[in-house]
Design a protein around this ligand. Sequence first.
Ligand code: NCD
Length: 312
Amino acid sequence: MVNPYFSRDVLSMKDFDRGDLDLLFQYSDKIAGLEYKERASLGTGRTLGIMFFEPSTRTRLSFESAMAAIGGTSVGFSETRTTSLEKGESFADTVRVVEANCDAIVLRHPMEGAARFAAEISSKPVISGGTGTEEHPTQAMLDLYTIMKEKGRIDGLRIGIVGDLKYGRTVYSLIYGLSKFNVSIDLVSPPLLRIRKEATHDFGTSGRANSIEIREHDSIEEVLPELDVLYMTRIQRERFPDEQEYEKVKGSYFIDSRQVERMKRDAIIMHPLPRTDEIRHDVDSTFNARYFKQMQYGRTLRAALLSLILNP
Ligand code: NCD
């Protein structure tokens, strides 16, 4: 097998083609089936550098536990207060410190382009753990893996992406990922939170052989019964430049168990999490809820990704 991930940066879903993604999913299945000893030999003696400049629960835990699952270890920081950044050390020098102490870096940052900049400085591979409103590529990888596992395929599905499409970075990575498959996408958001045009701009010119349809809607009602996958997202309050804008849209969409009854029986509901009020708690016990299982797939997927990046 030629491993296209070896020593590679993971900065954007645009950089990975369908073959790359298929291979990652197959390898994730393989990792999930390995005995502990075999799995733990993949990362023995290796270290993952964690540089998180923004709050995170899932992504950091998932990367650390994925690294442990392949026998490696993690070092780094999840807040800058305890680092030399406080003494005035530059971002670039901080990257050099982490780089010197690890085999790969995961970086989360509020600014667009931060992971790409770190990758230019670091000779070790850099994985984006989410940058600004731009992208969160490994979230999309695990989202696609979840769809593959739970629906058996991605091609031919109708996928609704609902919520804060303007500021939600997971949405951009997911759309770039889905664009490698034959899918139909319904984007549902209040008018103030519509998708930024950059997300769909490239589709016409990238010479894709597959077919992708994208439609935009203001309300979830009309599309709900048609969807195979409902992907909910949180309003990204912290990214609104103006609190009054947030006040206008807060609480403007949600799904509860009554609405779930209008969905296809085998439709699945996903969410990158954390949720606020957009998925009511009565949805958790429905057959369709997959957002907690999605997190479990995340650990497997990231263990596979790290193992592919670290081993030729
Ligand atoms: C997301 C993020 O950080 O972009 N969280 C995650 O990593 N699962 C989604 C969000 O914060 O809404």
